[in-house]
Ligand binder design. Structure first.
Ligand code: ZN
Length: 138
C-alpha cells in the first residue's frame, strides 16, 4: 500500500484553488483559473490568472502561485491543484509546465472542474522531455 502524500491536503487545496479562481482577473478570456500549491512543509499557496490589456503581459494561475510561493521562501512542492469552470479538467499550459518543472518533475498535478470532475497526472507525465537546470550544466 502506498500512501498518497496529497490526500490529507486535498480539501484545503481545493478550497484555496476555488477561492483564488473566484478572484481571477480574466476580463478578456473569461477563463477563470485558480491554482494552489502544496509545499513540502504542508503550506498551501494560491495564485490566480491575471490578464492584461496587452495580452502577453498576463500570467497564468500556476505561475502566479509559484511566484507567490518562492517569494514566501518555498522551493519544494508536492502538488498543484487547478480549479476552473471548464467542462473538462484543465492541465497547465506549456509555459507553466516548464516553470513548474524547475522545481521537480514528481509534482502531482490535479485539475478539477466546477462540476467536480477531477483528473490527476504527474508533471513528468505532462512534460516527458523536460528542459531542467541540469541541461545548463551538462
Ligand atoms: Zn499557464
Amino acid at each position: 500500500m502506498t500512501l498518497d502524500p496529497v490526500a490529507p491536503h486535498l480539501a484545503a487545496l481545493r478550497a484555496a484553488a476555488d477561492e483564488a479562481m473566484a478572484r481571477a482577473y480574466a476580463p478578456y478570456s473569461k477563463f477563470h483559473v485558480g491554482a494552489a500549491l502544496l509545499t513540502a512543509d504542508a503550506q498551501v499557496i494560491a495564485g490566480c490568472n491575471v490578464e492584461n490589456a496587452a495580452y502577453p503581459s498576463g500570467i497564468c494561475a500556476e505561475r502566479g502561485a509559484i511566484a507567490a510561493a518562492v517569494a514566501a521562501g518555498h522551493r519544494r512542492f508536492v502538488a498543484v491543484y487547478i480549479s476552473t469552470a471548464a467542462e473538462t479538467p484543465t492541465p497547465p499550459c506549456g509555459m507553466c509546465r516548464q516553470v513548474l518543472a524547475e522545481f521537480g518533475l514528481d509534482l502531482a498535478v490535479i485539475a478539477r472542474t466546477a462540476a467536480g470532475r477531477e483528473a490527476r497526472w504527474t508533471l513528468r507525465d505532462l512534460l516527458p522531455a523536460p528542459f531542467t537546470p541540469s541541461q545548463l550544466h551538462a
